[in-house]
Write a protein that binds this ligand. Structure first.
Ligand SMILES: O=C(O)COP(=O)(O)O
Ligand SMILES: [Mg+2]
Length: 242
């Protein structure tokens, strides 16, 4: 689908489409992690609520919403942070204490988080820690056990967060804040961190770059990978809800 065709798709979205929760990395991006511009008109024309649900820190999805002119509805840090609207307070569903202790202990054991000194990946995180997949997983997993935290490998980074949050928990809180049910939402994603979202959403769709274990949890696996897969997912949802 070229950009012109994505505009056509955006213009032909049925009004009956459900609220949409969509992941960023691997779902709205291409294989270089750049956001695929063909998804822009589709997101901007979506006839219902859009929620961006990501493992990234809050400023990234907030900026995506702002720059696209979407209402700021964001689940960040894999459910640790929920922003139900531009005028609404951010809700923090986990605290930083255990994460900070774990980060310090990981460094004390001689390991780096792997993002260089600026560490723009963690700089604005409030509830979880992201560690480069170039850094060793075993000591991270040991420390997570010790601190009672969960480690998720998204394929882009290791994310360590409270066992009490995930994208499903985030979506439950978001839905409650919006006066909706989680089953009202379609959820499109690509990675293990999306599966808890699939479990509470009404309909779950993966893109072709998703691992088989993730695809097997979805109602539909789009044939295309990355942004192509998201656009396929939108075509499929459009048929289903027309
Ligand atoms: O940054 C990651 O590791 C994953 O981010 P995503 O949840 O938007 O795919
Ligand atoms: Mg992803």
């Amino acid at each position: 689908m070229d950009f012109e065709e994505s505009l056509q798709l955006a213009r032909s979205l049925p009004e009956s489409l459900p609220p949409l929760t969509v992941d960023i990395d691997g779902t709205l991006t291409d294989d270089t992690r750049a956001v695929d511009p063909r998804v822009f008109p589709v997101l901007q024309s979506w006839p219902s609520t859009i929620v961006i649900a990501t493992g990234k820190a809050m400023p990234y999805p907030v900026a995506l919403c702002e720059f696209l002119g979407l209402e700021t509805r964001v689940i960040a840090e894999n459910g640790g942070v929920v922003v139900p609207g531009r005028e609404r307070d951010a809700i923090f569903l986990a605290d930083t204490e255990a994460i900070e202790s774990l980060a310090a202990a990981y460094r004390e054991r001689g390991h780096s988080l792997g993002w260089g000194s600026a560490d723009l990946v963690n700089r604005w995180r409030a509830t979880e820690l992201a560690v480069s997949r170039e850094s060793p997983l075993d000591p991270l997993a040991d420390l997570a056990d010790e601190y009672g935290l969960t480690v998720v490998d998204t394929g882009y980074a290791y994310h360590v967060h409270s066992a009490s949050v995930d994208k499903g928990v985030g979506l439950s809180r978001m839905a409650a804040e919006l006066g909706r049910e989680t089953r009202d939402f379609a959820f499109v994603g690509d990675s293990p961190n999306d599966v808890p979202g699939f479990e509470v959403a009404g309909i779950a769709v993966t893109v072709d770059n998703a691992p088989d274990a993730v695809k097997s949890q979805a109602d539909y696996s789009a044939p295309g990978a990355y942004g192509d897969g998201f656009l396929d997912a939108v075509e499929w949802l459009s048929e289903r809800y027309r």
